[in-house]
Write a protein that binds this ligand. Structure first.
Ligand code: BES
Ligand code: MN
Ligand code: ZN
Length: 499
């Protein structure tokens, strides 16, 4: 899809549809909406007074122009309550009007820059939000469908700005929005891909493709090297599967003079059957998305490499399947992680923390700091926060606060969970240094405390996306399936450290 900046008057644009807006409660439209109203002989204000157009958040109303304007359709999108209006609402309305107009077979759409008018938001950021919302809301995963889609794709979106002087801000917003959204959609593609396609080997190939395209460094540790390094936890999980495990290490070097190197670690379980502690069959297919953390950090790095902040970032993805093969880990087995700690595996379904134990130990040994890990780690986090907030934990409050802030700027909600050391009691083992499950209660917290055993003193945050990595419904700029959540938070985090 093409997205272009245009200087001009929206009423004069030739397109299948033009998009203007209205806050809730406004009776007499001003600005571009007012101009459209005038050109159409007052029909917009009539529909408002009849109560047909209400300006409710995400509401879309269509008016056919019948030759009175160069565009065939005017869409009036509701912005909702003015006090509630922000960049995330811009993303939401963009997704709504794009999907609405796609259903009407519109191929070329022109829109004003929602938010930059009366609402007074910064135009560049408003544009970025419109582009993000459009590309995210129109996303679909059709790779394995052989029949034609119901709707044709929208071919072109024009962002219409009145003032020539703002053109470069609009163009910059388009670039940033596209990079952020395409990275999110890349993570969605990887997570939606069935597990028979998206194997650890395939994840490695994706990393190679990204490294070549964006000029990043890639190294991949194979089973033998993991053995040499003593990665008994990652190897333990991998031993039940025929797919060879991989430790993917992808680096972006944006600052040759700096010693600081951020580390992003993503859980890369390409399928989680639970292992010998096997999961119930219902809904098990969802666990093809258990590599969402890995997909996410990889996709975020591809965006960072395009935005080129002056900072170094290394991504680490421990990738394997968790299957109950003949040589699989058994409950009660004791394994040894790279940092020397021994772990009693009381539940083979708590595999995420095992592979992350070695990945975090490796990151610490490489001198990466601060560290962020992202994982579909616990059903308990999903029970606690549902699909709206991801859980966030950490050993450094400044870093946690920063994550929450950059996350909310990206429209990704993070809620901090406690890590009081009294919870550690639950992770104590009778036979090893620690056990891999602290039981049902406070499951998201004991999992985070387990990870903390492998981060040393390095500032670290952990993001549990078990509730948010996929969506069962179409909601604003989310569609059914993988959400790509976390990608934009991590991009923003890297940008915030470069400032
Ligand atoms: N990948 C799952 C967690 C998960 C569950 C993610 C649902 C997304 C949706 C993880 O490996 C797991 O199985 N965790 C167990 C841990 C338990 C055995 C301590 C869980 O949450 O049940
Ligand atoms: Mn599991
Ligand atoms: Zn898992």
């Amino acid at each position: 899809m093409k997205i272009k900046a245009v200087v001009g008057d929206i009423t004069q644009i030739e397109a299948d549809a033009i998009v203007v807006n209205l806050f809730e409660g406004v009776k007499q439209p001003a600005g571009a909406t007012g101009a459209v109203d005038k050109a159409l002989g007052g029909i917009v204000s009539q529909l408002i007074s009849r109560g047909e157009i209400k300006g409710k958040f995400k509401e879309v109303n269509i008016i056919h122009t019948m030759g009175k304007l160069p565009a065939g359709i005017v869409a009036v999108v509701g912005l909702g309550d003015r006090k509630e209006f922000d960049f995330d609402r811009v993303r939401c309305i963009a997704a709504e009007f794009c999907r609405y107009l796609r259903k009407l077979n519109c191929q070329r759409i022109a829109t004003i820059i929602h938010g930059a008018g009366i609402a007074g938001l910064e135009p560049r950021a408003s544009v970025q939000a419109i582009v993000e919302g459009s590309l995210l809301g129109l996303y679909s995963f059709r790779r394995h469908m052989t029949k034609e889609p119901e709707f044709k794709d929208i071919k072109e979106i024009l962002l219409v700005e009145r003032q020539e002087s703002k053109l470069s801000a609009v163009e910059d917003g388009i670039f940033r929005g596209r990079v952020m959204a395409e990275a999110t959609n890349l993570a969605r593609d990887m997570a939606n891909e069935p597990a028979n396609y998206m194997t650890p080997t395939r994840m490695t190939e994706m990393a190679k493709m990204l490294a070549e395209t964006y000029g990043m460094e890639l190294s991949v540790l194979e089973r033998e090297q993991m053995e040499e390094m003593g990665m008994g936890a990652l190897l333990g999980v991998a031993q039940g599967s025929h797919q060879p495990p991989k430790l993917i290490i992808l680096s972006y070097k944006g600052d040759g003079t700096s010693q600081t190197n951020l580390g992003f670690i993503g859980k890369g379980i390409t399928f989680d059957s639970g292992g010998i502690s096997i999961k119930p069959s219902e809904g098990m297919g969802e666990m093809k998305g258990d590599m969402s953390g890995g997909a996410m950090v990889m996709a975020a790095l591809s965006a960072i490499a395009q935005l080129k902040p002056r900072i170094n970032v290394t991504v680490i993805i421990p990738a394997t399947e968790n299957l109950p093969g003949g040589s699989a880990l058994k409950p009660g087995d004791v394994i040894r992680a790279m940092n020397g700690k021994t772990i009693e595996v009381v539940n083979t379904d708590a595999e995420g923390r095992l592979i992350l134990a070695d990945a975090l130990s490796y990151a610490v040994k490489q001198g990466l700091s601060p560290l962020v890990d992202v994982a579909t780690l616990t059903g308990a986090c999903r029970v606690a926060l549902g699909g709206i907030y991801s859980g966030v934990f950490g050993n450094n409050q400044e870093l946690v606060d920063r994550m929450i802030k950059v996350g909310s700027e990206a429209g990704e909600r993070l809620w901090q969970m406690p890590m009081h050391e009294d919870y550690k009691e639950q992770n104590k083992s009778e036979v090893a240094d620690i056990k891999n499950s602290g039981g049902r209660f406070a499951g998201a917290i004991t999992a985070a405390l387990f990870l903390a055993e492998f981060t040393g003193d390095v500032p670290w945050v952990h993001m549990d996306i078990a509730g948010t990595f996929r969506s069962d419904e179409e909601r604003a700029y989310l569609v059914k399936g993988a959400t790509g959540t976390g990608v934009r938070t991590l991009i923003n985090l890297a940008l915030s450290f470069a400032k």
